[in-house]
Each structure stands twice: as structure tokens, then as C-alpha cells.
Ligand binder design. Structure first.
Ligand code: CA
Length: 236
């Protein structure tokens, strides 16, 4: 199945002064097929946003030059470009303030790349419905599993599965790449991303949890298979 990348030629501007995070974000966005513009200062981000009219902006809150809030406010005077605020501040007030400036969504650091990419895709889908046709499915059906990418909701035989965010990320990852074998390291890199400090055992544990939800007999999996010496494979 094709990756459900939204409008793969969409341009995303990332304004982030933390260079390792900026690099990781740019790398992941490019891998998803986006054209990526980057800035490490608020004023540079503002200038790029106006000159290059990106389809979406990932905007850090604390930035040198002009801070993220101010960038957001200034942009909102003349553009409706979707903006996701990246914030290290977890307080409710900061979140609300971020949205009050006109941001469409926010995500609190540290965050996983899968979740961020899902939000990017969802926001692009909302902002450009005419691109729906080329944006790929927002619903993945695999046997009796129905995975709604936009709502991040999985139903099995009609019933909603209660899943932890990382279980959902992991299932999405597998469901988007049926029939392919992935090593634990690949899965860690893709699903857990830059903010992860654990080891490959984490993948095993989550696979075990996931099997309890998506397999008829978790001890005898037919969907999420172990490939000895290689990793895991999702049969769908
Ligand atoms: Ca910052």
C-alpha cells in the first residue's frame, strides 16, 4: 500500500533554533516527501514564510530574533497558512496562548515523529480538501481492523480499541508498510524518534501489547509476525 502522504510536493517551513531537532524534523519531513525550508531565527522564518508561501509551518515557541508567538501573530495578519507550534512549555496557559495567536495546533516537546507527521498530514488534509484525491487514504482497512489516520482511532470488528499513543503510532507504522520486515532499530527510529532514550526491548514490549489488541490469539500471532533474526512484519 502507498504511504498516505498528503500532497507529497507540499512545502513545510520549520522554524526551530535547536539545531539537532531542526535536522531531525527536516530529515523526517523530506522522507515523507515534503519540500523543506528551515530557519533558526524567528525573523528569518517570517521572511521565508512571506517569500516562499509554504503549505504548512512548524514553529518553535522560544526563538531568537522574533519569538514564535509574535511570528504567528504577524503571519496571521495576512495568511491562513496552517501553523503547528512546537512548545517545550507544557502549561495549559501556554498552550491556550499559543492557539490564541492563531496557531492551528501545538505539540509539546519531546514528541514522537510519527505523531507529528500524523498531525502534519491531518492539518494539510483539512486545509486543502481539493488535494484529497492525491492524498491517499485516511482510513486503513486490514481485515477487521479499521484505522482512522486523522482521528488516530482503531476499531476492531466495529469496537474502538483503547490504545496508548505509542501503540497507536506503532500500529500505524506497521499498517502503512504491510508485508515489509523492519528491524527493531528501524522501528525505534521511525516510531520513537529523536526523543527516545530506551532500547530495542521497548519495541518488543509494545509489540506484545499490540498483539493483545489486534490478534485473536496474542500467543499465536497471524498479523504481527516475528521474523527471527530480522525483526517484525505486519501481514495486515
Ligand atoms: Ca527554541
Amino acid at each position: 500500500m502507498a504511504m498516505p502522504a498528503v500532497a507529497t510536493r507540499s512545502t513545510v517551513l520549520v522554524v526551530e533554533d535547536e539545531e539537532s531537532l531542526l535536522f531531525t524534523l527536516a530529515h523526517n519531513l523530506k522522507r515523507e516527501g515534503f519540500t523543506v525550508l528551515t530557519a533558526t531565527r524567528g525573523d528569518d522564518g517570517l521572511r521565508l514564510a512571506r517569500e516562499r508561501t509554504p503549505d504548512l509551518i512548524l514553529l518553535d515557541l522560544m526563538l531568537p530574533g522574533v519569538d514564535g508567538m509574535q511570528v504567528c501573530r504577524l503571519l496571521r495578519r495576512d495568511t491562513k497558512v496552517p501553523i503547528i507550534m512546537l512548545t517545550a512549555l507544557g502549561g495549559e496557559g501556554d498552550r491556550v496562548a499559543g492557539l490564541d495567536t492563531g496557531a492551528d495546533d501545538y505539540i509539546t516537546k519531546p514528541f514522537g515523529m510519527r505523531e507529528l507527521m500524523a498531525r502534519v498530514r491531518a492539518l494539510l488534509r483539512r486545509s486543502s480538501p481539493r488535494e484529497e484525491a492525491e492524498s491517499g487514504p485516511s482510513l486503513i482497512v486490514s481485515g477487521d481492523l479499521h484505522i482512522d489516520l486523522d482521528r488516530r482511532e482503531t476499531r476492531r470488528a466495529g469496537a474502538v480499541l483503547r490504545m496508548k499513543p505509542k501503540e497507536m503510532d506503532l500500529l500505524l507504522f506497521f499498517a502503512q508498510h504491510p508485508g515489509r520486515v523492519f528491524s527493531r532499530e528501524q522501528i525505534l527510529n521511525d516510531v520513537w524518534g529523536y526523543d527516545f532514550f530506551g532500547g530495542p526491548r521497548t519495541v518488543d514490549v509494545h509489540v506484545r501489547w499490540l498483539r493483545q489488541k489486534v490478534e485473536v490469539d496474542a500467543g499465536n500471532p497471524v498479523r504481527l509476525l516475528t521474523v527471527r533474526g530480522s525483526g517484525y512484519l505486519f501481514e495486515g
